[in-house]
Design a protein around this ligand. Structure first.
Ligand code: ZN
Length: 312
């Protein structure tokens, strides 16, 4: 019989808590999903404890992905604008005391990256950069099977690379960040401006804009929409090329809702990266779609639990 050990993965979002019991091979055995108890830290900790116990008291460890940062030196959570009750909480320590098992916590994008590197599109690669393209642009860097967090947990904040020195202000305090340009709001803003310039001569005229609609129109041959897609690919290409030249990583995994555009977008991103990197770096880097979908968060959190328990 294979290793029968199980681990718990919790993925705390701004709205929903996803939780799963995961086996040592990365398979989800059981899962839960419920609204996050966001009233205060005590209520949230109690909810996490209840969900964790409900999923399996015999689990050997618990991992948590959350929408903020964890200071590597202190274990304290910070930078959680979408779930302020977690601010200042030493989450892993609190949960470990309640559950009696080794517990780890990290940024949700880092957990997703760890999952893809372990059992998803980055499997087998020594170095993986994962980008999640959605409302925001999340990212995580996995080196040698471990998340690289940097000193205060901010490593891999790829969405805040400045790709437009004359761009719009970003919540991080900078401006022209990748996230302000190719997060959902960025796609919509650029498409609205392009539609305006086209004087309505585009399939985007009169429609409520979102990345999916823009990609659809581009695929159908609308020149204005296609220019918006090409610009998105170029901006992502600039940022990914930065990362490749700096790190020479093996795999760049791209997931999130916007990545559902598939090869139409991915192929364009690859071409933009190719133009901006050393040929050898480009040749040795695969840019591939994510494989784990919505499970990445809980599977990555379970992998954090395995690492906290010394089993990986
Ligand atoms: Zn920013």
């Amino acid at each position: 019989m294979a290793d029968a050990a199980h681990y718990l993965g919790l993925d705390i979002g701004g709205t929903f808590l996803k939780a799963a019991r995961v086996d040592a091979g990365g398979q989800v055995v059981e899962r839960r999903r419920e609204p996050v108890a966001s009233g205060d830290a005590g209520a949230l900790l109690a909810q996490l404890e209840t969900v964790a116990r409900g999923l399996g008291g015999a689990a050997r460890g618990c991992g948590v992905g959350l929408p903020g940062f964890v200071d590597r030196r202190t274990g304290v959570v910070h930078g959680v604008p979408n779930l302020r009750v977690l601010e200042g909480v030493a989450l892993a320590r609190e949960l470990s005391e309640r559950l009696g098992v080794p517990t780890a916590a990290d940024n949700d994008a880092n957990a997703a990256a760890l999952a893809e590197a372990w059992q998803g599109a980055g499997r087998g690669a020594e170095s993986v950069l994962m980008l999640t393209l959605g409302t925001g642009v999340g990212a995580g860097l996995v080196l040698g099977g471990r998340v690289y967090t940097g000193r205060s947990g901010y490593a891999g904040e790829f969405g805040h690379l400045q790709v437009k020195p004359d761009g719009v202000p970003c919540g991080c305090g900078s401006w022209g960040c990748l996230e302000t340009e190719v997060g959902v709001a960025g796609w919509v803003r650029r498409a609205a401006a392009a539609r305006e310039r086209a004087g309505g001569r585009t399939a985007l005229a009169g429609v409520e804009l979102d990345p999916e609609r823009i990609v659809e129109a581009a695929k159908a041959g609308d020149a204005v929409a296609l220019a918006v897609v090409d610009e998105s690919a170029a901006l992502l290409g600039v940022a990914i090329a930065f990362a490749l030249d700096l790190l020479n990583v093996e795999k760049v995994v791209i997931g999130g809702g916007v990545a559902a555009a598939g090869e139409f977008l991915l192929g364009r991103i690859r071409e933009q990266v190719r133009r901006r990197t050393f040929p050898q770096i480009f040749a040795d880097a695969e840019i591939v779609p994510a494989a784990l979908g919505g499970d990445a968060g809980v599977v990555g959190a379970a992998r954090l639990a395995m690492q906290a328990a010394g089993a990986a």
